[in-house]
Design a protein around this ligand. Structure first.
Ligand SMILES: *Cc1c(COP(=O)(O)O)cnc(C)c1O
Length: 227
């Protein structure tokens, strides 16, 4: 089924949009199946789960961290993670930088913005993002690189609201691209869109869609994950 799902999803992707296969809670056998069908980019939201999967799966997989990241867990992903989608504080960015130094790497990161109307979602607002980017501490970080923004829309059947929120994120992206990141062509990623709303996200300019359910099927949270 995974191979068929991937083919179906790929046929719907707009030009220039990359697919992050969100494999959280799924066993490595299912990731291997997606890998065998050509998928190389996987997204996880728990550091220990990602570490365990990274250890046993092929080394040419690009691992994206997409969930809330605790500072004490950064060490489990720093040696190999290729993009962290969920930077929501200067403190977290400083810890990522510190761990990246240990491995002599530069780790690419996205700033996560809070665009949903729900209180529970993590992320920065524009004022907080500017404060972070303006801080002297930020300018000293040499082993992290901000390559774009990420956001999650409200979980709602109201597609107009979802579109509005993605549109807002795109305007934030444009504002920052024209100011703080002028002359930084690496600032080009807009991570938005999940299984139920990625069609809207692509219309609003997404470059990375994060799809779990439509590739691997519904998730079963019955088994507690140790993280
Ligand atoms: C789980 C998750 C996804 C994928 O959600 P689906 O609805 O299964 O496509 C995308 N982004 C983040 C941040 C997630 O935690």
């Amino acid at each position: 089924m995974i191979k068929e799902n991937l083919a179906k999803v790929r046929s719907t992707l707009s030009d220039g949009v990359r697919l992050v296969a969100v494999s959280k809670t799924k066993p490595v056998e299912m990731l291997q199946e997606a890998y065998d069908a050509g998928q190389r980019l996987f997204g996880e939201n728990k550091a220990l789960e990602m570490r365990d999967k990274h250890q046993v799966l092929p080394s040419d997989i690009e691992w994206h961290f997409i969930g809330h990241l605790q500072t004490n867990k950064v060490k489990y992903i720093a040696p190999y993670v290729s993009l962290i989608h969920s930077i929501d504080s200067l403190n977290l960015l400083q810890v990522v930088n510190k761990e990246a130094v240990k491995h002599n790497r530069v780790i690419d990161c996205l700033l996560q913005f809070h665009i949903a109307t729900e209180e529970t979602k993590f992320g920065l607002d524009m004022e907080e993002a500017k404060a972070l980017l303006d801080s002297p501490e930020f300018t000293q970080l040499k082993n992290v690189r901000i390559v774009g923004l990420m956001g999650m829309a409200t979980n709602t059947p109201n597609r107009d609201l979802i579109r509005q929120e993605f549109h807002t994120l795109h305007t934030y992206f444009d504002q920052l691209a024209d100011t703080y990141f002028k002359g930084h062509p690496e600032f080009k990623e807009l991570s938005m869109g999940m299984s139920h709303d990625y069609d809207i996200a692509m219309e609003e300019g997404s470059t990375l869609v994060r799809l779990g359910t439509s590739i691997f099927g519904a998730r079963d949270y019955g088994i507690p994950v140790n993280d």
